[in-house]
Design a protein around this ligand. Structure first.
Ligand code: SF4
Ligand code: SF4
Length: 341
């Protein structure tokens, strides 16, 4: 294990940034999001939930795919995909790290999404344990340990020092290059982790019951009358899907430029009325149907098709951001099973 005093973290950031592009949580205008590190940036490692999750690194909100240049009767087709240079993401929390596993199940299955894969392979992930999980965090419900996320390098703050442990060869290679770190010797990391586990267990939504979300209950859940009440206030704004680290729906669109057409993909939302609209018909005509689709996908369809892995990591972003105070916790409490009150 290696360490650095938290007072000297800017030295660490500068050293990593001298080796590879470094992205980390930065506060700007009171809002914390991942940004490329620059000297003088207000790095914010206290905020647990960046507004946009870390999925942006591998599955960005918009991404160019190809370009068609039109010249008279000739059409030239150019590959517009960007080369993925090696980069480091610092400060990824356990919930966002788990979301990468979920996205991998979607994008790395055949046919492999080459744009996603290139960025996954180019990244080195430094995780950070959550010393103080928040009231809206419920990663424990999904079996995630906020005290000990892996990634390529795992970090934890103990007594004013940040401790680092390599978890992969790639992580060890980077860690060995960092001259600002010193050997940690004996540490209190295990005691700090035990403290975090205790805090996580005592959070209000740490132990939600998911018993009812089983494939064999599919139609029973689908037809539950509670969906009407649960979805009544939904505006269909899509905020919950855009902040969610595991939502993965996208659209592919063409944009007419002065020279031809640019084809790009961009996030889409199952909460939108035109989502997957076809020439013949729209498969989900009401907000109730769209709302139900989002949660049935995360809690029933996705685990059914992915060895029981749920499509939610309990980050609590949707709990914080829905303008109507609707969220997956309310759905789980209502439909998940006994003792959820
Ligand atoms: S659940 Fe909330 S955030 Fe999601 S679409 Fe409805 S109103 Fe918007
Ligand atoms: S559904 Fe909500 S709590 Fe679950 S991963 Fe998405 S944003 Fe986080």
């Amino acid at each position: 294990m290696k360490k650095i005093s938290c007072e000297n973290l800017s030295k660490l950031y500068s050293e990593i940034a001298s080796l590879q592009e470094l992205y980390l949580p930065v506060k700007e205008s009171g809002v914390t999001n991942y940004k490329k590190y620059e000297n003088g940036a207000e790095v914010d490692i206290k905020t647990l939930k960046t507004v946009k999750s870390a999925k942006d690194f591998f599955f960005p909100q918009t991404e160019d795919m190809m370009e068609f240049k039109v010249n008279g009767k000739n059409i030239e087709i150019n590959d517009a995909r960007k080369v993925a240079n090696p980069f480091v993401i610092f400060g990824v929390r356990a919930c966002d790290l788990k979301s990468f596993d979920i996205l991998d199940k979607v994008f790395l299955q055949e046919p492999v999404d080459t744009m996603y894969k290139a960025k996954r392979e180019a990244s080195t992930i430094i995780t950070l344990a959550c010393n103080n999980p928040e009231q809206t965090c419920f990663c424990k419900t999904f079996g995630i340990d906020a005290s000990n996320p892996a990634g390529d390098i795992s970090a934890i703050i103990v007594n004013g020092e940040m401790l680092f442990e390599a978890k992969t060869e790639k992580g060890a290679e980077l860690l060995n290059k960092l001259t600002c770190l010193e050997d940690a010797g004996d540490t209190d990391a295990d005691a700090e982790r035990a403290e975090i586990v205790k805090k996580s267990e005592n959070l209000p939504f740490a132990n939600l019951n998911l018993d009812e979300f089983k494939g064999e209950n599919l139609m029973k859940l689908f037809d539950r009358p509670e969906w009407a009440e649960l979805s009544k206030a939904c505006l269909g704004c899509g905020t919950c899907t855009f902040v969610c680290p595991t939502c993965q729906c996208f659209d592919i669109r063409d944009f007419i430029t002065n020279e031809g057409v640019r084809r790009f993909r961009c996030w889409d939302s199952c909460m939108y009325s035109e989502f997957t609209k076809m020439a013949a018909e729209n498969p989900r005509k009401t907000q109730l149907q769209r709302y139900r689709q989002r949660f049935m996908h995360k809690l029933v369809y996705f685990p059914q098709n992915n060895d029981g892995v749920y499509g939610c990591v309990g980050c609590g972003r949707c709990v914080q951001k829905c303008p109507q105070n609707l969220n997956i916790i309310k759905v789980i409490k209502k439909l998940g099973g006994k003792n959820n009150d």
